[in-house]
Design a protein around this ligand. Sequence first.
Ligand SMILES: *[C@@H]1O[C@H](CO)[C@@H](O)[C@H](O)[C@H]1NC(C)=O
Ligand SMILES: *[C@@H]1O[C@H](CO)[C@@H](O)[C@H](O)[C@H]1NC(C)=O
Ligand SMILES: *[C@@H]1O[C@H](CO)[C@@H](O)[C@H](O)[C@H]1NC(C)=O
Ligand SMILES: *[C@@H]1O[C@H](CO)[C@@H](O)[C@H](O)[C@H]1NC(C)=O
Ligand SMILES: *[C@@H]1O[C@H](CO)[C@@H](O)[C@H](O)[C@H]1NC(C)=O
Length: 396
Amino acid sequence: MSGIRLAFLIVLCLSSLSIIAIGLNLLLPRPVIKASNRRTSEFESITDEEKNISTLIDLLRNTLVNLNESVTTKAVHAKKALKPTARPDQCVSCFPKSSYIFPNYNVCSTEHPRSQDVKLLLLIFTTHEKTRNRKALRKTWTSIAENNTARVRYVFLLGKHDDHNWNKKALAEAKHYGDIVISDFREVYKNLTLKTISGFQWAAGFCPNAKYIMKTDDDMWVNTPKLLKNLDRWHISKEVVGFCLPVDDVHREKDSRWYVSPLEYPHSKYPGFCSGTGYVTTMSVMQAIVGVSPHIPYFFLEDIYVAICIKKLGYTLRRLRGFYNDKVPFDPCMYQQMITSHNVTMWELEEAWSPKCSGTDIAKETYHLKHAISHKKMNIKFPLFKITSRTSNLSP
Ligand SMILES: *[C@@H]1O[C@H](CO)[C@@H](O)[C@H](O)[C@H]1NC(C)=O
Ligand SMILES: *[C@@H]1O[C@H](CO)[C@@H](O)[C@H](O)[C@H]1NC(C)=O
Ligand SMILES: *[C@@H]1O[C@H](CO)[C@@H](O)[C@H](O)[C@H]1NC(C)=O
Ligand SMILES: *[C@@H]1O[C@H](CO)[C@@H](O)[C@H](O)[C@H]1NC(C)=O
Ligand SMILES: *[C@@H]1O[C@H](CO)[C@@H](O)[C@H](O)[C@H]1NC(C)=O
């Protein structure tokens, strides 16, 4: 009983005290509140907001959700951008630009008193280490260029070696012979198309007076005298000629040297190609390729890349007799009847170049040629083309 009474009394006292306190508070001056009307109105506005605080919370939540959404979508886009996409068929100026370390712009000059008009420019793919091949070519089928003063001109195309010593040697050789163009890209197999387009751009810029262009390699027999004789007869117009195939399958076997992933090339067929061992076209077609190439995404098989450009331009590829992408069994007389043969030895080059067969019976040579063509060793049956056509000394 007394406990309850006590509690009651305490509550009563506390309430009286608080009433007194409120009273005192009301009686006492309120300097802070009075001092500023602005503060009073602020105080009032907060109470206003308190009324629709839930509205505010909703507003805040929505803002947060929107922000999170925009951040999340941005992150998804970024992720998508990082994920590799398949090679598109075209693009806007996406092909890497070329620049030259040693442009050697005098190759097609006609200022020399002995100079003749330029009929044919040979672009010969080589690598730094192949000094012996270049030496053999200078003695044989490029010698027709007479140190780049005759109707045939030639250049060896090089990139940049990883080993600086090779770059120094290449530069010295380029200065000595005046027949090497060095471009500013890394010399690797996957960069061959950079070599083609930089070579084409170089030709368009420094050899526009050449009527025809041939792309070939440093391990080839190229019958330059016969080529020169036949160029006009072929009536090349809006086309590339050589050892050409109209279509080709894409190699999807991972162990193939020409393996191409579906990302690198999403279609199952190539629009054909003229084997990079030796194809010929006109300066105007080459200029058109240079013109279209900025908008054709990079593709490392250079002969396929050129064919893609040709297709884009609405031009064609033409197979010509006498161009072989493989090695034709060696016979010096027969070699004078054809235009190209692949992977010939230095000795064979010299034999083929020597004029031993100039007086021989043409019928006999033709017999040899026919015989060779029907020969199984020639590897010119269709399925073999695919395997042999892109063989090149320019291995990685
Ligand atoms: C509070 O709600 C009223 C009526 O719903 C509105 O007019 C007023 O703008 C709201 N105030 C705030 C601060 O959102
Ligand atoms: C943002 O969105 C992600 C995905 O929708 C979700 O997992 C995360 O909890 C959200 N974060 C906030 C703060 O709402
Ligand atoms: C080419 O130049 C070399 C020296 O570099 C010279 O020996 C040779 O006679 C020249 N050939 C021609 C055809 O001018
Ligand atoms: C091709 O050359 C470019 C330019 O030098 C270089 O950045 C790139 O790595 C090279 N490609 C390969 C596969 O090495
Ligand atoms: C080229 O010929 C040599 C033999 O002279 C041979 O060992 C080599 O495999 C051949 N290379 C190609 C790419 O056919």
